[in-house]
Design a protein around this ligand. Sequence first.
Ligand code: FAD
Length: 318
Amino acid sequence: MKVIDHLNAVQDRVLVSFEVLPPLKGGGMKDIFKTLDPLMEFKPPFIDVTYHREEFIYKQRPSGYYEKSAIRKRPGTVGICTALMHHYGVDTVPHLICGGFNVEDTENALIDLNFLNIQNVLALRGDGRKFDGKFVPEEGGHEYAIDLVRQINNMNNGQYLDESIENGSTTDFCVGVAGYPEKHFESPSYKLDLQMLKNKIEAGADYIVTQMFFDNKYYFKFVEDCRAIGITVPIIPGIKPLTRASQLVSIPRVFYINLPDGLVDEVTAVNTKEAVKDVGIEWCISQCKELIEFGVPCLHFYTMGDSATVYKIISGII
Ligand code: FAD
């Protein structure tokens, strides 16, 4: 079933959904099941599985020269989606990115998803590789997520890259895209970023999932501003609890978002790891309660493999 149909079907309660990362290469499905088993009692209608492209690493050779090689540390997105569908009978949302794919690779990946009866895709651009410093599209690949949305939409209309294919079988993907309540870090302005988001919706996206935020005022304003420019699709808040003091520095650096004074004050006022985690959990519970009151369709949790924390939070709000 499509994400959009799940969202439309349930009006009287808030849904909870989860995002999981493929395990590091060498890990197995047991790692994913360990994260999800305790959370399945909350009956998530769908589970997202992230996609991780290859990174370059440099190994020093005995001669002293460095050898560049590409490795994918977390492969397996599509396999995990299929395994979750079979194991839990849940719908899945593989993340599909532009980076590392040319349009032919993308088409073939979508054909595989369609054959596997995966009906949802979160269409993303992906970040630049550390070595490149900025996002560099694959030769013959897409530059922006909107181009990927267009390609999916074309296939939903039976249009393949090979124009000689007539009456191609139509796919029926529900497409999600990313939105940034505090602006995407590369965008020159919040207003322009919103316009780019609107373009993605007009290109065929069905719903938005937001970047994490720790101050609901950003989400509320974002929704208001989206509605004001004519974005009418559901906007699912992405939720991540702060669980370690070191995240006071790493979260703003990695995700380009702000942490509110109140949260920073509370975290710096306590001295133990457990107390920091408790502060993060309580903060997240308050955030979620306020979001439910606001009428969000679904709370989407970035689990980061920490089911115990997510379990406590959901137990505190439902
Ligand atoms: P885009 O929508 O393409 O936007 C990128 C930037 O370009 C923005 O600044 C936008 O304003 C601008 N822009 C867009 N279109 C145009 C245009 N036509 N002309 C000029 N400027 C334009 N990354 C992964 O690698 N794997 C994942 O699984 C993954 N999951 C994610 C899940 C969520 C919910 C979120 C919020 C992010 C996720 N990311 C993931 C990170 C994401 O790939 C990065 O944030 C990336 O930098 C931007 O992706 P996007 O799809 O928002 O890009």
